[in-house]
Design a protein around this ligand. Structure first.
Ligand code: J2J
Length: 541
């Protein structure tokens, strides 16, 4: 069998052999890839951030310096390190420094807070946590101090910037590094899932599978040495990291520009100044850009690829994007778990406006099934199941959850409702998973509910989506007050969840009191009825 990190599910040997024979899996680690990128074009610009520019040789040198620093602190092959950095060059010097050691980055999102980070540290038994000093007014060093108290395996907090009471990321390291691990079937990184249950899940991605994800995406999206990719979404997220993202731009011989300001004013200035050719957005940002492009006078003529994904893009909004930016729009239906669908760069308008794309790999296997896992008729809407050369076979250390998230023959149950067109494109029609998609930010209803029931005045609660013009959906929490108590209002709920360390985007947008939650015939909370009620309340508000 294949050797992978404990707690991960390998692909069966016959499929792995097929993925190798097909040339998808090439046995190259990310450490080797970075070296080959640097060797091929040492003086080409790799990363741009504000006035900082790193060429490829420099990126490789910095990664090695970080590897020495971490090795000096005792970090080694197989160790997990929670990486919570925004879109700054250090994200990549640390990412590749860890790759040099064979240590495994756990990619936390910048907005994750104590609840998520403690969970990620404990689940992965991370030995180190890497943070910025201050980011968007939030002091990550204070968060790290709290996280240290609750995470027994955590030995180091490393700060990019002013370290405060913690360890500076910059500093002396060990002189001799051990040889770089070279097994590409090993796990290279752990991505965080959008989640459906109480706590976020971790997605193991191997060198073989993720390098394929990046390479095939870069090729399919037409990236090349002239590519200047603007990372306006967090690079800790799969979309901006590797679909094709920053890694795809580097692989293709191009440059990545990093920013944390996706608003049109800042982004348009960057596009004009750096002659950006490609970028990725979630639908709400794409709509803001569209509105701004109609009025502004920035020169956006360099833009050749505008990817929009992460949440549903309505056909009329797609048409507005296309009208504002020209034929550069690409719809992307992706997931950190693996499967990626892209509309082809030369696809007819009908496809670009009305579908969410076609699977990236000829070896992506797609099934559209009913609730009994029976194939629906062609063109009918059903649940999307998938397996393939870059789709996970199991979440990390999650046996119980894996038993229901995968079929016996290894298909991942995406929880998405889709329809397949005769051309093989997928249209996302909805969802069966209890997740709210807040303009691309995923909120697991169960995670918020499990936090809210800790409030002394809350007896029971249910979180459901409400339609929203800009974000597509927002969250509504129904709360049943404890006997004798008054249900907390939204302000109280927000303060309470903040205190419990939940990421701010998970705080319910609306809070509604109810005497009791409606139940279905079998006695489960009737989320359908609540979703309908939330709609009506919104309409009457
Ligand atoms: C409707 N729903 C979509 C779309 C994702 C590229 C792009 C997006 C993600 C991502 C990603 C959708 N229309 N176009 O990782 O590499 C919803 C689905 C899906 C879930 C995955 C990438 N694109 N979705 O969004 O892991 O419900 O990845 O299962 O955050 O987002 O969420 P996530």
């Amino acid at each position: 069998g294949i050797h992978v990190l404990d707690g991960c599910t390998p692909w069966p040997e016959d499929l792995a052999a097929h993925y190798r024979a097909s040339g998808h899996w090439r046995g190259e680690t990310f450490d080797r890839l970075l070296r080959s990128w640097a060797r091929a074009h040492p003086h080409r610009t790799a990363l741009v951030h504000g006035t900082r520019r790193l060429d490829r040789a420099r990126l490789a040198q910095e990664a090695e310096r970080i590897a020495r620093r971490l090795a000096g602190l005792g970090v080694g092959a197989g160790d997990r390190v929670v990486l919570q950095l925004p879109n700054i060059p250090e994200f990549f010097t640390v990412f590749f420094g860890l790759q040099r050691l064979g240590a495994i980055p756990v990619l936390a999102l910048p907005l994750h807070r104590r609840s998520e980070i403690v969970h990620l540290c404990r689940l992965s038994q991370a030995v180190a946590y890497v943070v910025p000093d201050l980011h968007q007014g939030f002091d990550h060093r204070d968060l790290a101090t709290e996280v240290l108290k609750e995470s027994p395996a955590l030995r180091h907090v490393l700060v990019a910037g002013d370290p405060g009471a913690h360890t500076p990321l910059d500093g002396p390291g060990t002189a001799d590094l051990p040889p770089a691990p070279d097994d590409a079937s090993e796990v290279a990184l752990l991505l965080v899932s959008g989640g459906t249950t109480g706590l976020p899940k971790l997605i193991p991605r191997t060198h073989d599978d993720y390098a394929y994800n990046v390479r095939a995406s870069a090729e399919s999206c037409g990236l090349g040495p002239e590519t200047v990719y603007l990372a306006a979404l967090p690079v800790a997220h799969n979309f901006a990291l590797g679909c094709p993202g920053v890694l795809g731009a580097l692989h293709a011989g191009g440059t990545a520009v990093l920013t944390d300001e996706p608003d049109p004013d800042a982004a348009f200035a960057l596009i004009e100044h750096e002659r950006v050719t490609a970028t990725a957005l979630v639908p709400p940002t794409a709509r803001m850009w569209t509105a701004a492009a109609e009025w502004g006078d920035a020169d956006l003529s360099s833009l050749r690829l505008l990817q929009v994904g992460g949440a549903r893009l309505l056909p009329e909004h797609a048409a507005q994007v296309r009208d504002a930016f020209g034929p550069v729009l690409q719809q992307v239906f992706g997931m950190a778990e693996g499967l990626l669908n892209y509309t082809e760069p030369d696809a007819p308008e009908e496809i670009v406006l009305h579908t969410q794309g076609r699977p990236l790999s000829p070896d992506d296997e797609i099934r559209v099934v009913d609730e009994d896992d029976r194939e629906v008729p062609p063109g009918a809407t059903g649940r999307l199941l998938t397996r393939g050369p870059y789709t996970l076979r199991g979440y990390y250390r999650a046996d119980e959850h894996n038993a229901t998230s995968f079929t016996a023959d290894g298909y991942y149950r995406t929880g998405d409702l889709v329809r397949r067109t005769p051309t093989g494109h997928l249209v996302v029609e909805g969802r069966v998973k209890e997740q709210i998609n807040r303009g691309g930010d995923k909120v697991a209803a169960a995670e918020v509910e499990e936090q809210l029931v800790h409030h002394p005045a809350v007896l029971d609660t249910a979180v459901v989506p409400v339609p929203d013009d800009l974000l597509g959906e927002r969250t509504c929490a129904f709360v049943v007050p404890a006997p004798g108590a008054t249900a907390p209002g939204r302000g109280e709920v927000a303060a309470f969840l903040k205190e419990r360390g939940l990421a701010p985007y998970k705080v319910p947008d609306r809070v509604e009191a109810l005497d009791e939650l409606p139940v279905t015939a079998v006695g489960k909370t009737d989320k359908k009825a609540l979703t309908e009620l939330a709609r009506q309340l919104k309409g009457s508000a």
